[in-house]
Design a protein around this ligand. Sequence first.
Ligand SMILES: Nc1ncnc2c1ncn2[C@@H]1O[C@H](COP(=O)(O)OP(=O)(O)OP(=O)(O)O)[C@@H](O)[C@H]1O
Length: 330
Amino acid sequence: MFDRDSEGVRIELRSLTKQYPGQAAPAVDNVTLDIPAGELVVFVGPSGCGKTTTMKMINRLVEPTSGEIRIGGEDVLSLNPDQLRRHVGYAIQQVGLFPHLTVAQNIGLVPKLLGWAPAKVAERVEELLALVSLEPSAFRDRYPRQLSGGQQQRVGVARALAADPPVMLMDEPFGATDPITREHLQNEFVRLQKQLRKTIIFVTHDFEEAIKLGDRIAILRERSHIAQYDTPANILADPADDYVASFIGQDGTLKRLALLRVEDIPPAESSPDPALLQVAAGTTLREALDLMLAHGTDRCSTPSGVLTYASLCAAVGAPEQEGAGSGGLR
Ligand SMILES: Nc1ncnc2c1ncn2[C@@H]1O[C@H](COP(=O)(O)OP(=O)(O)OP(=O)(O)O)[C@@H](O)[C@H]1O
């Protein structure tokens, strides 16, 4: 199957349609989309617009009414659905851990089905627990009921990664956690994906989450019609229409600042200035702005030079406001 290589493979959806029996309109209507190898694509859209149906057709938990799906060039509809699902990682909000199996047994389920030797399964479980920041010795023998919601979701993500599939489908995998745990899981996930470069489809109705995680975002309307499919930066800079703009909301400028780091923009002066507020490389422009506001200054120094409030505004095409440095972007 397409997972000879555990790095991502391309997914192609062609005129994909799902008409549930007895429904007047299709839940997904004629969707065509290319998901490049190794990218994380987020589907965002309102409840009922068909995100989950679209995703579940890719691992054939839902059978398409018509259309084509290719993963790594292979025609998914001609594969055996059970075999297919062993090669596509799947993580969902409800986690779906088996209550009577330990954490290690839950994570090892698919590798075991694929016939891995027990020692290799055990080794993989240890590696994955460490990867999702759960201490193996403390967690491997617990049962799901002995874990917090956030810990269960991590085990869910570890299980989806277990057989090292090139494709992962994730349906609100962090949805059931409180905002702090959720942010922590998102940060870990961004770090993981930088290493793993899987092809991931990630469903959420949280646009902030989409911006944070997505290489690209597909903003969906009803019946999974694609309103815009582009990088977070391009969507924020140039929303296709009012519908897309309504997802971005009033604080589009702040969201764009959060996507750029201080080294990404031309400094106002090219040498650092030790007398100014010091901001480390890797800091986002939004964090730099917050620091400048907190220190009551409109200038800061980074390893690549001096940034000013005006240079931040110019970087995201925002009009510079009167009284620069006093919170004009807020
Ligand atoms: N098994 C089913 N039988 C009939 N209709 C269904 C079935 N599953 C989903 N639908 C309908 O298809 C449409 C799309 O549902 P889907 O779950 O894909 O949306 P979604 O965007 O994932 O929604 P949410 O964000 O609320 O999970 C909805 O109108 C839903 O009622």
